[in-house]
Design a protein around this ligand. Sequence first.
Ligand SMILES: Nc1ncnc2c1ncn2[C@@H]1O[C@H](COP(=O)(O)OP(=O)(O)OP(=O)(O)O)[C@@H](O)[C@H]1O
Length: 634
Amino acid sequence: MNEDEIPPHLARVPDPDGAGTPGLQERLRAARSGWRFLQAADQPPAQALPAPVPSGAGWLSEVLRPLRPAYLQVIVLAFGVNLLGLLAAVFSLQVYDRVIAKGGMTTLVALVLGMGLAIAFDHGLRRGRATLMQRIGARIEVAVARAVYERLTRLPALELESRPPAFWQTVFRDIELVRGTTAGAAALLVIDLPFLVLTLVLVGFIAWPMLPVALGVMAAFVLLAWRSERVLKTGSEQEKERLMSRDTMLSDLSASRLHLKTLGPSDSMRTRWESHYGRWMEESLARSREMDHYRDVAQGMSTASTVAMTSLGALAILNQLMSMGALIAVNILSGKLVSPLVQLVAQWRSFGQFVAARKRLDDLFALPLDREQSPVALPRPRGVLTMEALHFRYPRMAQDQIHALSGQLGPFGLHAVVGNNGSGKSTLLKLLRGLYTPAAGRVLLDGADLQQFGQRDLSAWIGLLPQQPRLVAGSIRDNIVLGAQGVSDAQILNAARLAGAYDFIVNLPDGFDTDVGEGGQRFSGGQRKRIAIAQTLLNDPPVLLLDEPTSDLDAAAEQAFVATLKALAVDHTVIAVTHSPAVLTQCNGILVLDRGRLAAAGPAREVLPRLGYAPPRPAVVVNHEDKTREAEAA
Ligand SMILES: Nc1ncnc2c1ncn2[C@@H]1O[C@H](COP(=O)(O)OP(=O)(O)OP(=O)(O)O)[C@@H](O)[C@H]1O
């Protein structure tokens, strides 16, 4: 096959940027359809996507504000539902006082027909209300999920590193809680509560002597809800914290399950896991016990209120203050009065969880984000990286991990960073990539401070291969194009060839469409590394930062990749953290770190002998893209 010909398995791969898998945007579109209020609140799809992403302390109001007309419709429908809900009591009153007392058959037929109509109407209103709430919920979830995803990708690197995967799992669960509370049963309950006034008015109208009893019952329930809120609020926060700690442990355990198996049955790990799990269960059971207690009290109070209503009603009838029909009607009304209040007590745990979730999201949305785009579009840099008295210290560390580094790398050439474990090599690469902000000093790219550039520009100009790259679920193609936009198949093929991944990929039955498995476990360490290298080379950035690029490669692959690096170094600045003699002996310059300080730097032929390596071999001849080029001499 011709080298530039697109293999059939590439042509088969759906373009992830195209109209492919249903995602958030489709859910948003689905949420838009059908209801007038949603279409009115939105712009036409082309302008509305991407919708503004809520941020800052007022994020929830930002999300809810455009939905006000929708909530208003829900309130109107709720008014109808609550009004119709009173008709059963009026019906009973009429049947007892008019039909039974006066034998009015025609009245009975008319009442039954009227109730039939009311039931049908009530059903329609309830369905409309439920559909509206579903659509509101979809809008809320899409907006908040989008905002959380933005944080996941745009928070400063140190913030991202400080939050474990379990934190993000909790935050994504929080989104469901926010939706469930603002557009679920809890929201309906809150909307319905004010309409209890209608019930009270009807009680006063039908049987005024029962009004103080009804008010007393309501006051007792509000007191119970307030009391349960105070007890459960702190508990819910603790429960969520314990859950997060359990989930952190769980994700560590599941990620290292094979390693643990290899280490053999370990009591220490099991004890740690059981203690995390146990603490969470303890907290969760304590919450359930408290919740059950309040729910049981509420049920008891509900029965007590029926007893109080009926016995006091009986006294009122005996004193001829109201009729028998009024007592039956008031009993029905008291059920309507009490049932949302019982629900309120039962829902209080989710309210507490909502408050904790909102606080977590408040904190997350208050964090500043990395600048995404540079204020003005800048031309592709040549790749001169300058460090000016660079200092960096991780949070809560007593000493600098990078100390007073100054110097220049590039333009062009292959440069190595060497040093003992923990000497700060990976940290330096992250500083050079603009992922970390220096505590003092600056990193300059072609003379311009990196801090002024957006991450989008930096990712296009400076490629970083991490020490332990992780593949994500999806195909090889998905992984290679991760983070890139508008990539052509020819670019993917070229990157795969440069990374030495092309041959093994096209040998697979599904080629570039092959699923990589969890974290790329379908492939060997070396194959994973090559896919990750292809990912880094895809955009052809002028600066390449490679952390141990050949650590998993076999000798032949390493030689081939060193030749590629030499070829790239002709017109790219390539900086590699490495311990490999094959790479070191081909480098132009070497920078030696010792506990974050510059121990030595200079041309490879001078520094290598001091490190115990032979000086660089003569320039290698490489074959790259059908062009033979002689690599630049040191
Ligand atoms: N996220 C972090 N938080 C706190 N300290 C960190 C963090 N990452 C690294 N360090 C510390 O910074 C120092 C330098 O780490 P770095 O990973 O840069 O070293 P390295 O030279 O790349 O090591 P190796 O050769 O083992 O990969 C180490 O002392 C390490 O403990």
